[in-house]
Design a protein around this ligand. Structure first.
Ligand code: ADP
Length: 465
């Protein structure tokens, strides 16, 4: 199941507690007002009965009742009884068919059909030996009906209020979490482009002092400070690599120069010559590595220029393949390079870098080939894009290693590798392809061989923003 976003979770939580609080408040209010309504109806009934005692008098031995007695005021029906429950005068409400016992001075609640009634009896003496009972009746159900309107109103308003609460809660949460989204987006961009110069750069709302900013603004500015420091560290590291490579270049050149001078000496023993040749070979490997390191550190610092011009890439590919064949022949492992570079394909590329890319791919294919292995180089052009492929039937790369081969100094299995390999070649290949607005990918099966394919726009690539 898809996980709910923090925004939705907070909105649900917020709405849940709002609904809970509203329910509790409504329940208390409704129960209080219901009690209030019933108590009001009861006291109205009692007051009306007590006030009506003045409407009944004895005149010339006969009973005289004021006309007010008969009218239903404040929903109270009045009736008059003798002591032995004989009805004398008055009205009983329609539907009130029972004749409860007299209960002097006490209000009772009596249910009759679908209606509840309050009945209040009061005795009073009209003469020394003449006592009558005054009965007041009022409908509880009618009194409660007005309360029902309030409940209905609340039932309609309640979901509306919950909806409004949810909408406001959602908008509020979204606004609050907007900076988090911005932080995530910036970090994702930093990861995708490996560009540490990016900043989250959240602006505090106008007029807010730094100390008044909320936690998320604090987090964003801490992130920015951390990125600042990281960028500085990386910058220092790049500078260090570049400085060290520069410093090493001179002693290596001296070693190489001295080696070749010593090797010219005819008086060297075979053992001495062998040792000198080994020193020279290792120094050359080191010189190669230093030049690759310098290239990459210049590229990192944006100081590796691209001198693009329209060149015949078919010719360049063919020439590079032939040169690599000569080097392979010198190794004497019988590796054959076949090349199909199309005819006169032209592209706008940096010639030196394009050759460097090919040299790296072809020399790898040769190095990681088996004795008498076969390397196939091909180049084609379609839809304004050149596509180059270098295929070998060599040792191949395992599935676990394949995603990492583009990383600097990564070597799949150093123990199986020939000398002179630093693990920097493919990083350079990747940089060159991307700097030309293209890409490079690898397919491989361990023990069966590898295929490296690069694509580049044949014309001037569009400027990257
Ligand atoms: P290296 O200088 O070690 O060849 P690269 O960056 O050129 O460095 O290559 C990185 C790793 O990728 C190599 O160490 C090797 O394990 C693997 N690799 C590159 N090309 C091939 C290939 N054609 N066949 C098998 N493995 C290869």
């Amino acid at each position: 199941m898809k996980r709910l976003s923090l925004k939705i979770k907070l909105t649900l939580l917020y709405t849940f507690f709002m609904v809970l609080a509203t329910c509790a408040v409504l329940a208390i209010l409704l129960s209080l007002s219901n009690r209030e309504i019933l108590a009001g109806a009861q006291s109205r009934l009692e007051r009306r009965v007590q006030d009506s005692a003045d409407d009944v008098t004895l005149e010339d031995g006969g009973l005289r009742v004021d006309s007010d007695f008969y009218s239903v005021t404040q929903d109270v029906y009045l009736s008059l009884y003798t002591e032995d429950m004989y009805f004398l005068y008055g009205r009983v409400p329609y539907g009130f068919d029972v004749q409860p016992e007299i209960a002097d001075g006490r209000t009772r609640r009596i249910a009759e059909g679908n209606t509840d009634w309050y009945v209040y009896d009061m005795s009073f003496r009209l003469a020394e030996d003449y006592t009558v009972y005054l009965r007041g009746i009022t409908s509880v159900t009618d009194a409660e009906a007005s309360f029902g309107v309030t409940i209905r109103f609340a039932v309609i308003l309640f979901p509306l209020m919950a909806l409004v609460t949810a909408v406001i809660g959602y908008r509020f949460t979204r606004r609050t979490l907007l900076p988090v989204k911005q932080i995530t987006r910036t970090v994702q961009k930093i990861r995708a482009d490996a560009d540490l110069s990016r900043r989250i750069g959240l602006k505090a709302p106008e007029g807010r002092e730094r100390r008044n900013r909320d936690e998320i603004y604090g987090l964003a500015s801490t992130f920015d400070d951390m990125l600042e420091e990281l960028e500085e560290v990386f910058q220092r590291e790049k500078q260090f690599t570049s400085d060290v490579s520069h410093e090493l270049r001179t002693p290596i050149s001296v070693i190489l120069a001295q080696c070749s001078e010593c090797l010219e000496d005819e008086g060297l023993t075979a053992r001495q010559r062998e040792q000198l040749l080994l020193i020279e070979r290792k120094a050359k490997d080191m010189a190669g590595m230093i030049s690759q390191l310098l290239f990459l550190s210049r590229a990192d610092q944006g100081r590796q220029p691209l001198q693009k011009e329209t060149v015949n890439v078919s010719e360049l590919t063919l020439m590079t393949a032939e040169e690599q064949q000569l080097l392979a022949d010198a190794e004497g492992r019988g590796v054959r390079i076949s090349c199909d570079a199309g005819s006169d394909i032209t592209a706008c590329v940096d010639e030196t870098l394009f050759i460097r890319l090919l040299v790296n791919l072809i020399s790898n294919a040769v190095s990681y080939s088996r004795p008498n292995g076969k390397v196939t180089v091909s180049l084609s052009c379609a839809d304004g894009e050149i596509k180059g492929t270098v295929r070998d039937n060599g040792i191949g790369i395992s599935e676990e290693d394949l995603p990492h081969i583009w990383e600097r100094f990564y070597r799949a299995d150093a123990s199986r590798q020939p000398g002179g390999h630093s693990g920097l070649g493919l990083s350079m290949v990747k940089w060159i392809a991307e700097a030309h607005g293209g890409s490079v990918e690898a397919e491989s099966r361990l023990g069966e061989g590898s295929t490296f394919t690069f694509h580049m726009p044949a014309g001037e690539p569009e400027e990257k923003n």
